[in-house]
Structure formats: C-alpha cells, structure tokens
Design a protein around this ligand. Structure first.
Ligand code: GTP
Ligand code: MG
Length: 140
C-alpha cells in the first residue's frame, strides 16, 4: 500500500469535477484518507513546485495554482502513486488518452486539472505541505 498527494487544481474546481475525480478513485478501489479545500499562498505554491524554480513556466505555474481554491487529498491503496498517475494521463493533455482525467477534461499543459505525486519521496514531501499528521485517517 502506498499513499499519494492529489490536488484538484483551480481549473478542475471551476469546472465542477471534484466529485467525478473522487468517484474515479473510489470506483478503482483507492481510499481517500484526508481531504480539504484551500487557497494556496504563493509561498506554499513555490515550495510545492520547488523542482521547477527557474524554469520559464514557473511564474505562470504559480499564478495558475494560486488563482482560486483547490482540493487536496491523500489517496491510499495498492501502488496508489502509479495508479493515480496512470488515471491522470500525461502532463500535456494534448497527448492524454480519452478515459484519463486529463484526456477527458483538459486541453493545454498550463491548465491540466489535477496533480498527483510522481514518486514515493515526492508523496512524502508533498503530503506534509498540505496535511498535519493528525488530519490523516490511518485507521482502516
Ligand atoms: P503535476 O502533477 O502538476 O506536478 O504535473 P506533472 O507531474 O505531470 O508535471 P511536472 O511536475 O513536470 O510539471 C508541473 C506542472 O507544470 C505541470 O502540471 C504543468 O502544468 C506545468 N508544466 C510542466 N512543463 C511545462 C511546460 O513545458 N510548459 C508549461 N507552460 N507548463 C509546464
Ligand atoms: Mg509533477
């Protein structure tokens, strides 16, 4: 079992697909073990996306992720990191297959509706940015 951080980005919240995204994970058999809506500060956004600091799209990425409320959740299950990434589809929605979240709801790389941690280390780091230990339901 692994745990991963998922964000419904501001465009996903705006499109009204929070419920669909949660449903897809639940239908797949993954468990939501923490959940909140919040509005990121630029400081926290920069910490989340620190690997991209200095890249040409960084300022636009921070502008976008702080442009409205987001939904953060911790998703748990067998190989959750990999399964969630597969369900999300490719970073650039132009290449995302129909049936994936980005393939169904997104069209441009700057507005790709969802984030999912890309590795075990990223997941551990990112979950701490959004959740205190006591906010995560680890009981089954
Ligand atoms: P996240 O789940 O959001 O982290 O996406 P990802 O892991 O699929 O991609 P990555 O971490 O490489 O990039 C983070 C975000 O930066 C992406 O979701 C895109 O919105 C944005 N991004 C990445 N590469 C580019 C790029 O070449 N151009 C633009 N405009 N945005 C990019
Ligand atoms: Mg990433």
């Amino acid at each position: 079992e692994s745990t991963t951080l998922v964000l419904v980005k501001p465009d996903g919240v705006q499109k009204g697909i929070i419920g669909d995204i949660i449903s897809r994970f639940e239908r797949r058999g993954l468990k939501i073990i923490a959940l909140k809506m919040l509005h990121l500060s630029r400081e926290r956004a920069a910490i989340h996306y620190e690997e991209h600091q200095g890249k040409p799209f960084f300022d636009g990425l921070v502008d976008f992720i702080t442009s409205g409320p987001i939904v953060a959740m911790v998703v748990k299950g067998n190989q959750a990191i990999k399964v969630v990434r597969t369900m999300m589809g490719t970073t650039n929605p132009v290449d995302a297959l129909p049936g994936t979240i980005r393939g169904d709801y997104a069209l441009t790389i700057g507005h790709n509706v969802i984030h999912g941690s890309d590795s075990e280390l990223s997941a551990i780091r990112e979950i701490k940015i959004y959740f205190d230990e006591k906010e995560i339901n680890r009981l089954d």
